[in-house]
Structure formats: C-alpha cells, structure tokens
Ligand binder design. Structure first.
Ligand code: UGA
Ligand code: MN
Length: 257
C-alpha cells in the first residue's frame, strides 16, 4: 500500500528547513509518495530543487490561495484556514491526473495530509498503512492541550473526543490525526476541504461526507499513543539582518537558506 502524503507549503524564511526535516523523515518510510503543493502562482526553484535532490517519489504541484482567502499581515492566524486550496489540488491530482500515469489504476493506497511544520514519528505511517476507510489517532501539543485524541471504548469504537474546544464539532480532530483510504477518496469525488468553513470545521468539512464516527478505525493502541505532534516553528527575527542591510552589509541574497 502506497501512502500518498499531501503537503501544502508556502515561501517563508523557514520553508527550506521545514521541508528538509520532513523529507528526511519520509526517506525512512517505505512506499511513500509525497505530493507537495506550493501556495504560489508558479513552482519555485527552491522547492523544485529540494524535491529533485530529496531521493523521494514525489509530485510537485502549485496553486495560489485566492487573495480573499489569504491571511494578511497582522491578521490572527486563526482568521482564515490555511492550505485549503493546496490540499484540494492534491486531491484533484489523485482523482484526475494520476489515472493517466503508469499504475494509475491501482486503487491500493492511503491519503494523509501532512502540514510542513508538524513532527511525525515513523510509527504513525505504519499505523495508517492498514486504513480501510478512515483511521484516527492522537495528536500532541494541539488545541491548547497536551494532546487531543479520539476516546475508544467497548473494544474498537470511537465514542467521543478528548478536546478542549467545541467537542460537538462533527469531527473535532486536527488535520494530522486521520488518514483516508484512496478507495474512499476516489469513491467520493466531491469530498474536499471547504475554505469557507467556520473556524475549527475544516477537517469536518472533508470528513463529514466520508464517514460516521462509529466507522472510524482507531490506531496507535486504541488512540493511547502520541505519534505526531502539532509543532509550530518560531518566526526567525531579522533585526540584525535588517540593520546590516541598511549599511549595505546584508547577507548574500543569492545564498539559499
Ligand atoms: C492548524 C491545522 O493543524 C492545519 O491543518 C489547518 O490547516 C490550520 O490550523 C488552519 O486552520 O487552516 P496551523 O499550524 O495553525 O494548523 O497552520 P499552518 O501550519 O500555519 O498551515 C497549515 C499548512 O498550510 C502548512 O503546511 C503550511 O505550509 C500551509 N500554508 C500556510 C499555506 O500553504 N499557505 C499559507 O499562506 C499558510
Ligand atoms: Mn502548523
């Protein structure tokens, strides 16, 4: 079973560091196909080059987030959902373009949405590989909590969710906490992420049409192990850089960071 990992990404100072860390994790995962979708009007040389040298099986896509959907300088990060059109573009590629490729009729596969700043253990990929429809597991350091997780009772059923915020959302889980079988993605060609979904309902907008809570397949020892963390990277300060630039002594812009 191939794991198709869809990663939205956008240009910023830490982008190469994020993608380097991610790609080097993925190198340790057998049968992984990385679908990298840039939030940009064109593919950038930085990402193109990084992917070429990565040693991974990958597909490089791009789609710019529509201007009225993009966060503006100074907006709080929760105001608009991020990476939405990019994940939908990844889904479109799986549903349309992949068919045209060699082996594109193979329906064996699992789809996972991996943001570029999270931290992924190798084990989480082995857990998701056996997904029949939709599998779920805990996520660490998310939602203002040590972890959020589906709560499993009576053997193998998810009965509720441990979360600090609006537990009555249809699926109160983070993007990093679930994987979907390729078969289910292809059988539901209209399922996608809704960029107009109210805050916290992005994951629900995709999952709602695909499964019910009692169909969820708990992984990671009945959702008792944290195998992925919603880490966020601090924005680097450029105070010294700017001071030096003002004197004409800034870092070489041709040197890629
Ligand atoms: C949380 C969730 O974990 C995300 O899956 C969800 O998309 C996001 O909230 C949301 O509400 O939209 P958070 O850490 O706040 O995550 O979001 P980011 O990591 O900043 O962005 C999620 C992904 O979108 C990342 O892979 C990032 O590179 C990408 N992104 C972000 C873009 O493609 N364009 C942007 O302008 C910003
Ligand atoms: Mn993030």
């Amino acid at each position: 079973t191939t794991i198709f990992v869809i990663t939205p990404t956008y240009a910023r100072l830490v982008q190469k560091a994020e993608l380097t860390r991610l790609s080097q994790t993925f190198l340790h995962v057998p049968q992984l196909h990385w679908i990298v979708v840039e939030d940009s009007p064109q593919k950038t040389p930085l990402v193109t080059d990084l992917l070429k040298k990565s040693g991974l099986v990958y597909t490089h896509l791009h789609v710019p987030t529509a201007k009225d959907h993009k966060l503006q300088e100074g907006d709080p990060s929760w105001l608009k959902p991020r990476g939405v059109q990019q994940r939908n573009e990844g889904l479109r590629w799986l549903r349309e373009d992949r068919r045209a490729e060699a082996g594109g009729d193979n329906l064996q596969g699992v789809v996972y949405f991996a943001d570029d700043d999270n931290t992924y253990s190798l084990q989480v990929f082995e857990e998701m590989r056996s997904t029949q429809r939709v599998s779920v597991w805990p996520v660490g350091l998310v939602g203002g909590m040590k972890y959020e997780r589906p709560v499993v009772e009576g053997g193998k059923k998810v009965v509720r969710f441990h979360t600090g915020w609006r537990p009555n959302r249809p699926f109160p889980i983070d993007m990093a906490s679930f994987a979907v079988s390729l078969k289910l993605v292809l059988a539901n060609p209209e399922a996608c992420f809704d960029g107009n979904a109210p805050m916290g309902l992005l994951e629900s907008s995709f999952l709602q049409g695909l499964v019910t809570i009692d169909e969820l397949e708990p992984k990671a020892d009945n959702c008792t192990k944290v195998l992925v963390w919603h880490t966020r990277t601090e924005k680097p300060k450029m105070k010294r850089e700017e001071a030096l630039q003002a004197q004409g002594l800034g870092s070489d812009p041709a040197l890629e960071v």
